[in-house]
Design a protein around this ligand. Structure first.
Ligand code: ZN
Ligand code: ZN
Length: 162
């Protein structure tokens, strides 16, 4: 005589995910990793938000820090996609910081844009548009004359040489 089988089957073999040794190990590794990244920041090592590589903060030209931390190699792609997505105020704020960082650490030059003239970019690694600092983007100097630093356009090109 076979006893009737039905609902009484016990499933001793099933475990909770939290009790799974592999899951537990992974969670611990993840915690350790986050602690490690926090520790590295204390030692002056920070991570690029784009390529995830680590850089020493002692080299001020390695990482551009604004709302995000971005390494020099990632700056061109990061900026071209970010600048499309943000508003004018935010763009001008980051663009100003970026322009002075590029000039300070990467020999970037301010280049006037001449209307109707395509700038020569063969020797440029990359370039960004930035507000002219001489006229604060108005295109006019105090006396009302056309700003000679930006040809009255209010913007200049910040060109980083190769
Ligand atoms: Zn990077
Ligand atoms: Zn100007």
């Amino acid at each position: 005589m076979q006893p009737e089988t039905g609902n009484g089957v016990s499933r001793v073999g099933t475990h909770d995910r939290a009790e799974d040794p592999l899951f537990e190990t992974l969670a611990r590794v993840e915690r350790d990793l986050n602690d490690l990244i926090g520790g590295l920041a204390l030692l002056g090592v920070k991570r690029c938000s784009q390529c995830r590589r680590f850089f020493r903060c002692a080299d001020p030209g390695a990482l551009f820090e604004s709302d995000q931390i971005v390494c020099y190699d990632c700056v061109p792609d990061w900026w071209s996609s970010l600048s499309m997505r943000i508003g004018v105020d935010e763009r001008e704020r980051i663009e100003g910081k970026l322009a002075s960082w590029l000039r300070k650490y990467h020999r970037a030059e301010v280049v006037k844009v001449t209307p109707g003239n395509v700038p020569d970019t063969t020797n440029a690694k990359f370039q960004i548009a930035a507000k002219c600092l001489e006229c604060s983007g108005s295109g006019k100097l105090m006396e009302g004359e056309r700003c000679r630093f930006c040809n009255g356009l209010g913007t200049v090109r910040i060109v980083v040489p190769k």
